[in-house]
Design a protein around this ligand. Sequence first.
Ligand code: 6CS
Ligand code: FE
Length: 317
Amino acid sequence: MTLTSVEAGHAPEADVDIYPSRIGTTPCLLPRLDPVVYASDRSSGPLPQQLVSQFETQGFFIMENLFNQDEVAALFEEMLAMREDPKASGSPHFIGEPGDASLRSIFAIHKSESLFARLAEDERLVGVARFLLNDEIYIHQSRMNFKPALKGKEFYWHSDFETWHVEDGMPSMRALSASIALTENSTDNGPLMFIPESHHQYVSCEGETPREHFKQSLQRQEYGIPPDEILIRLASTGGVATVNASPGSVVFFDSNLMHGSNSNITPYPRSNAFYVYNALSNAVVEPFCTQPARPEFLCTRESIQPLTSQSGDIRHA
Ligand code: 6CS
Ligand code: FE
C-alpha cells in the first residue's frame, strides 16, 4: 500500500480531479481539501458549540428525540404503507436484499406523496444542514433503509462522498446526511457504525466503476471499498463508534465519514429514513468516471431545488 499526500498549500490545477478514485491506481489516503464546518459564525446557529465541535473533529453527532413519539408513529405507519404499495414492486427505486425477497431500501422518499416529503423539509433537519454547510441546500439523495428482521444484510465500510464524487460528480465535501431512526437502533440489530475522524482523509480506491454499478452496489457495494490496511489504519486513530438511537433520534454525519453496518439476524427491524443535504454551490457536475450519470432517483440532477423549511409537528400541514 502506498500512502501519498498532496503537499499543503499546493493549489491543484483547474482540470485536476482533487479526489481521484477508481482510476486504476493503487489505493491510498489523500488529505481532505475542504472544510468540515462551513458556518461563518458558529455561535449563531441552531446547534450547541459542543455538537459543532464534535461534527468537526469526529464527523458526526446525534440529537436524541428530535421528533416526538406521535410524529414517529405517523412516519412508521406511512413507511409500512409505502412498502406494501402494490404499485411499488418492480419499481427501480425499490431495492431488494441480495438473494432475498425482503425490501432493503426505497429511494427518493422526498418525492413521495407521504410525510417523508414533509420530513425532508423539516426545520429541525434543514436548519442544522443549512447552518453547517452555510449555503442554500437541496436533497441530493433520500432513502428508507429497512434492515429487515432476521434477514437484513450488511452495508460494508464506505465513504458516501467517494461514490457521490465518482459516480454522481459531486465536486466537494459540502454535503451531510441525516439518518432519522424509525425503530430502535440497538447494538444488536445492525446499527450504523462510524470510524470517527476518518472524514479528514479521502480514501482513493482501486478498480474501475463497472457499467450500471448501482444495480449491484445498492445491494452489495464492491467498488469504492477501502482495502483492509487502510481501514485498519483509519480505525487505529479513531476506533469504531456504534450508534445507538431510539425512534425519533437523528444522527447527522459528514459526507466523507467512513461508515457501514452489520447484518441484522435479530427479530427486530432497524429502519431509518435518510436524507442527504448538499450545498447548492456544490451541485453535481459530470461524473468523475467514464460511466453515464446515475438515475435521478439516486442523484438529483434535473430537479435541483433549494429547500424551504417547514416548522412545527410534521403531522400538521
Ligand atoms: O450509492 C449510494 O449513493 C450510496 N449507497 C451505497 C451502498 N454506497 C454509497 C452511498 O452510500
Ligand atoms: Fe452510506
